[in-house]
Write a new protein. Structure first.
Length: 151
């Protein structure tokens, strides 16, 4: 049986219908931008890179981010960051994150065995929607800096 691929746009359309919300061209533009943006993003990055039309308020941007989170279109990463970091849910499942606890640098990497394990592992009495791997530590640059200052 072939798995149905549901696009973020279709997910949004379904969510809007189920919750009796009005369609919004600004929301659709925002989602299109997020789908094309091939990296993690913060709301300030979104505001800067997206080139938001002047008639769209910051409050509207924040509300739509919350709507995308609730609909499962994007995820908020629990990383050591000043600003919440977001990513398209479908991209988040294909890689892992190494986070330096000193400088906050985030490195993405792929570990096929880990991703496959999580994809097919079943937990008793628990339906997994998505998953991510976060590894916290100290990056090479910070290790070098610490070693240099200790000598």
């Amino acid at each position: 049986m072939k798995k149905k691929i549901i696009t973020p746009e279709k997910t949004l359309e379904t969510y809007i219908k189920q919750h009796n919300l009005r369609p919004s061209p600004e929301r659709n533009m925002m989602l299109k931008f997020i789908c094309q943006y091939d990296a993690h993003f913060t709301i300030p990055i979104l505001l800067k890179e997206f080139g938001i039309p002047q008639h769209v308020s910051r409050a509207s941007i924040y509300r739509n981010i919350e709507l995308f989170l609730t609909a499962g279109i994007i995820i908020r990463h629990p990383l050591n960051a000043k600003e919440p970091i977001y990513e398209l849910t479908e991209r988040a499942e294909t890689h892992c994150h190494r986070i330096c606890i000193q400088c906050g640098e985030i490195q993405e990497f792929t570990d096929a065995k880990a991703v496959q394990f999580l994809k097919y592992h079943r937990f008793k009495n628990f339906h997994t929607l998505n998953n991510q791997i976060y590894i916290y530590g100290i990056c090479k640059k910070c290790q070098y800096t610490a070693k240099k200052t200790n000598n």
